[in-house]
Design a protein around this ligand. Structure first.
Ligand SMILES: CC(=O)OC[C@H](N)C(=O)O
Length: 300
């Protein structure tokens, strides 16, 4: 099939390997496993919303106490292994495995301590989706089927791991959700409770975005950076906007820039392009310059 070409192709690929050190996985190190991370997200979701994504609560012989305990012990073991792999892979100080394992165990302790709070926050997101979408038949339907809730769930798990400075895993998680839903939420974004994303396809929320409570986004909204020409020099710099409490942003609007603040209670029209701050209770029309104050009692 290859004829005489095989040797030539092999040699060319080998030369490409030699041109960049990223091709040579570091000796004794191994990447975390994407399939295992995906399964772990499923298992955590089964604990937070039992019965929705597995058979667990249907058996009369299973009490929640044993189910939760058993699941958490298994998830902890898997998470700890993946955190060890991620820490080892990215380690630049040549730390010994024992030290890395201690750090991973500590990260897991802190992560699981926060799990009940993540669950409570997710319930506020479920409520926001149900309250905000007249097409939702029930909160159960939101949990079972809504892509917005799934993306928010994965984000809330990934965000805690990001705060605990776990490398590789948070991004892997949010990209798994992105590929399944079309909703891209950076794990570093800081998002308050009662968060609502309806439909969701094409929503992008950059990693330094700050979002208050009770914020609503529709499909195609970008909360992005103004310019990324600075490349890695902008790493860690606030590049994405701040959205205060009770803001609604309609479909395909772009709000860009690290210093851009959308004041509390504002409404941004669909397809608006906003690169400057607007005061609380603004109504922003398609051209970002056209900003007027919302009248008291005026509807979104
Ligand atoms: C959402 C967005 O504008 O991202 C651009 C780039 N990935 C950054 O983080 O700056």
């Amino acid at each position: 099939m290859f004829g005489d070409n095989l040797d030539r192709i092999v040699a060319a690929i080998e030369r490409n390997y030699e041109a960049d050190e990223i091709f040579f996985t570091k000796p004794g190190r191994q990447f975390p496993n994407r399939a295992i991370i995906k399964q772990m997200l499923k298992d955590i979701r089964r604990v937070l919303f039992p019965g929705y994504f597995g058979e667990e609560m249907l058996s009369p012989y299973t009490t929640p106490t044993y189910f939760i305990g058993d699941m958490l012990m298994n998830i902890e073991r898997v998470l700890r292994q993946q955190v060890v792999l991620a820490l080892k892979y990215t380690d630049e100080q040549g730390r010994c495995t024992a030290d890395i394992e201690i750090q991973a165990a500590d990260i897991c302790t802190r992560f699981f301590d926060q799990l009940p709070d993540i669950q409570r926050t997710l319930l506020t997101d479920v409520q926001a989706l149900f309250d905000g979408d007249p097409a939702a038949e029930s909160k159960e339907e939101v949990i079972f089927a809504y892509p917005g809730l799934y993306a928010i769930y994965v984000y809330r798990i990934a965000h805690v791991l990001h705060q605990l400075q776990v490398p590789l895993l948070p991004r892997t998680m949010t990209e798994l959700a992105h590929s399944g839903t079309g909703i891209d939420i950076g794990a570093g974004a800081d998002i308050g409770e009662y968060f609502f994303i309806d439909h969701g396809t094409g929503v992008v929320i950059g990693e330094t975005t700050k979002i208050g409570k009770n914020v609503k986004l529709y499909q195609g909204v970008t909360l992005g950076a103004l310019s990324t020409r600075g490349g890695q020099r902008l790493s860690g710099v606030k590049r994405h906007p701040t959205i205060e409490d009770n803001v609604t942003i309609y479909s395909n609007a772009s709000v860009l820039g690290g210093e851009t603040v959308i004041g509390e209670g504002s409404v941004i029209a669909g397809s608006a392009f906003v690169t400057a701050s607007v005061p609380p209770h603004s109504r922003v029309s398609v051209k970002s310059q056209e900003v007027s104050l919302r009248q008291p009692g005026e509807r979104d």
